[in-house]
Design a protein around this ligand. Structure first.
Ligand SMILES: Nc1nc2cc(Br)ccc2s1
Length: 245
């Protein structure tokens, strides 16, 4: 997978060189290129923003540098998927992450200020798929943090990137598996810590009882914090009994 990231803060992406993704990059599983948008701003001050037409607060990112950057990174005829984080985008979910993990090439546009001139997105749509995605109902100072989130959610799904492949298939939001129940509590050694014991069922060796206990915990946590997710699940009698407790 190739990832291109266009930003006015390239140093923001130093974290992509460490941990699992860093190893994946060293192995050549992921090819990441970070580009400074100011490289395509040709005036003396390398200006990338200007005042908004129609007035209003803040500044808008000028179309010219973006247009030149996208032309240089994705010349006509090449068709990466352009991903533009924005609070007004479609929700980015685990399903989106799974879809993106199957893409050979993603280009990320990191907006700043009040956003990117809308004509940049229109122009890009004329020659490549463009997704405007939101990572949540809050406003950041720019798209860089959102790209870090999206890149982590996507690349951890790539074969070999996450040490334990089972972890991915066992994700609480993994499509098709218990349809997005939240993870229940997890435990490791020591068996007693500050007088608090690990639930005995987890040390019983009874895998059926352990699976039932884990599902009950996931159901209870989901019902308590994300009841909207419960409706997406097909509950059996045992589930309904757990939730009725
Ligand atoms: N939640 C999000 N906030 C923002 C702000 C800017 Br400015 C650009 C992208 C995003 S995604």
């Amino acid at each position: 997978m190739r990832l291109d990231i266009i930003t006015i803060f390239p140093d923001y992406f130093a974290p992509l060189g460490v941990s699992l993704l860093g190893k994946a990059r060293q192995r050549g599983d992921v090819d990441v290129h970070v580009h400074d948008l100011r490289g395509w701003a040709h005036d003396r001050h390398r200006t990338v923003d200007d005042t908004p037409y129609g007035g209003g607060p803040g500044m808008v990112m000028k179309p010219e540098p973006w247009g030149e950057a996208l032309d240089a990174i994705a010349p006509s005829g090449s068709t990466p998927r352009l991903v533009v984080p924005t609070p007004s985008g479609r929700p980015f979910t685990q399903e989106t992450a799974v879809a993106y993990a199957g893409e050979p090439w993603l280009v990320f546009a990191c907006g700043r200020y009040e956003g990117i001139d809308a004509r940049v997105i229109e122009d890009a749509r004329s020659r490549m798929p463009v997704d405007e995605v939101s990572i949540g109902d809050y406003v950041l100072a720019g798209g860089e943090s959102a790209v870090l989130v999206i890149v982590e959610a996507v690349t951890r799904l790539l074969p070999g990137v996450l040490g334990n492949a089972d972890s991915v298939s066992d994700d609480s939001f993994a499509p098709g598996r218990m349809a997005a129940l939240l993870e229940g509590p997890v435990y490791t050694k020591p068996p007693t810590w500050r007088g608090r014991e690990v639930p005995p069922v987890l040390m019983s060796g009874n895998h059926g009882a352990i699976a039932r206990w884990r599902r009950d915990q996931a159901l209870r946590r989901t019902a308590a914090t994300r009841p909207d997710l419960i409706a997406r699940n097909t509950l059996d009698d045992a589930d309904r009994s757990t939730l009725a407790d």
